[in-house]
Ligand binder design. Sequence first.
Ligand code: AHR
Length: 322
Amino acid sequence: MKFTRRTILATAILAACAASPLTALAAKPLVIGFSQVGAESEWRTANTVSIKDAARKAGVTLKFADAQQKQENQVKAIRSFIAQKVDVIAFSPVVESGWDTVLREAKAAKIPVILTDRAVSVTDDTLYVTFIGSDFVEEGRRAGKWLLEHAKNAAPDGTVNIVELQGTVGSAPAIDRKKGFEEVIAANPKFKIIRSQTGDFTRAKGKEVMEAFLKAEGKKINVLYAHNDDMAIGAIQAIEEAGLKPGVDITIVSIDGVKGAFEAMMAGKLNVTVECSPLLGPQLMQIAADVVAAKPVPKRITTQEGVFPAEIAAREFPNRKY
Ligand code: AHR
């Protein structure tokens, strides 16, 4: 066979198509409708960047909708993706329940649904193909385990008084991180949650609620457990304004592992962050391509994560990607 420039090019394209389903779809770009929770935290911003970048690199047409932390906006976005006949719908649900109807509509339209980051509670789990994200219960357990081993502050009677800043009410991470943490600290009756309220995963609300906790409990507070770094960072400001030293007078445990948390740890104001990776974009693009190509995919794809205490923050900081 004579190798002309055209046959070499055609062979190269065929080889690339065989190697990657994303490339194979290059002729007709995959269209994904993605409904994001909002822009409530540093974590969420990194998650949005990861999804948009990965879509661009994979040649996927991404229809992106920001729900501004409202479930009704996500339901509207999903209905609009169905009307536009996208290939795949992906979303990170603001809250866990209330999805059955709209997901049934997607199923009736034969559009596969992929959950990213947060799970849903539905009666029929065939309403979504797969979930990609963290094990939030395990994150709560890791926060609790670190605290049981490292609690330095205690009241004179030996009790460790904890205040808890919960995430968005009804969201999977708020429910699961509370559950995992409580499960672990139950092993030692001296560890007590004396106040618990939502800070909606934002810095502003974290600060506001911590101010209220300090007003009500003052120096009785030994530990702050925040369901995300942003609320912990807001609370740090409140603690400083109350004339106390965050990370010293009050031990602070939070979740996410964003750069802001590493900076707070390096400044001695935060004691530990439990990692929750927002870098889900590349996996989402790959799984969406597999689903469209009718390849079998696991029902749950769990992200691997670590725990970063303040002592290793400076060493780890240069490796952080979000
Ligand atoms: O669902 C993940 C959580 O949502 C992150 O911990 C938090 O920062 C975000 O807003």
